[in-house]
Ligand binder design. Structure first.
Ligand SMILES: [Fe+2]
Length: 237
């Protein structure tokens, strides 16, 4: 799973890494999600035209942590993301999913309404590094702030979910859209300054290109940040 060469892009809001997971890995992640959907997933929420929240069965999440038992592969990805995005000291996001990881399964007709995620520790933002394991046959465009992004299976998309409004267009077809979302608490200024953007490209000689600056946030910063009361929301893109 390691040793691949990628060329991340960053537009100041969203970092995209195409092909972060290979096809065989996406199939394994999809197989787990499909086998677990009955026992470990619950209906998601959506918002109707009047702004009222209601449950839907077209998008399932596994936010109820006591139901979740991830395969080793998920934790392998979490470690890999920590390494690649310089998140060694960043806490994962608690109170939503298990061990900072949430998975959603969106079936035909499902979508994600425009929202921001609930706040995390004071002074910090929630970064989600989302890997698309399976794409819907059509639809499923992702909107973050003023940008629109089209993902393929295996792509990773990362952005500050507490800072930017995001949504997903309605999905169509018999294939579910399955997203694995890895959450961490970071300083927004580190993200904007591209200090978490992975440096995964290599030059023609094979040498690693020049490293980015390390994030400013320290373990002490995280320890001092007092947690706000959690009101975990189950919507993620
Ligand atoms: Fe979200």
């Amino acid at each position: 799973m390691y040793k691949h060469v990628y060329k991340p892009t960053f537009d100041g809001t969203v970092c995209l890494v195409r092909g972060y997971a290979d096809q065989a890995t996406c199939e394994q992640l999809t197989e787990w999600a499909q086998s677990a959907r009955r026992a470990q997933f619950v209906p998601g929420i959506s918002r109707d035209r009047d702004g009222r929240i209601h449950r839907v069965t077209t998008r399932l999440t596994n936010r109820m942590s006591h139901y979740i038992q991830y395969p080793k592969l998920v934790y392998d990805f979490q470690r890999r993301i920590r390494d690649d995005f310089r998140l060694a000291t960043a806490p994962w996001i608690h109170g939503h999913g298990r061990d900072g990881v949430v998975v959603s399964i969106t079936d035909d007709g499902g979508d994600v309404y425009a929202h921001r995620d609930p706040p995390v520790a004071r002074g910090f933002s929630a970064l989600r590094c989302n890997i698309l394991a399976s794409q819907a046959e059509s639809g499923g465009l992702v909107h973050v702030a003023n940008g629109t992004y089209e993902l393929a299976a295996g792509d990773l998309m990362a952005y500050l979910v507490t800072d930017h409004t995001h949504s997903v267009d309605q999905c169509f077809g018999s294939l579910p859209r399955i997203m694995f979302m890895f959450g961490f608490e970071v300083l927004a200024e580190d993200w904007v300054a591209a200090r978490h953007v992975p440096d995964l490209s290599v030059n023609p000689s094979g040498a690693q290109s020049e490293a980015h600056c390390e994030p400013k946030a320290t373990i002490q910063d995280f320890q001092q940040a007092r947690k706000k009361p959690s009101h975990a929301e189950e919507v993620s893109s």
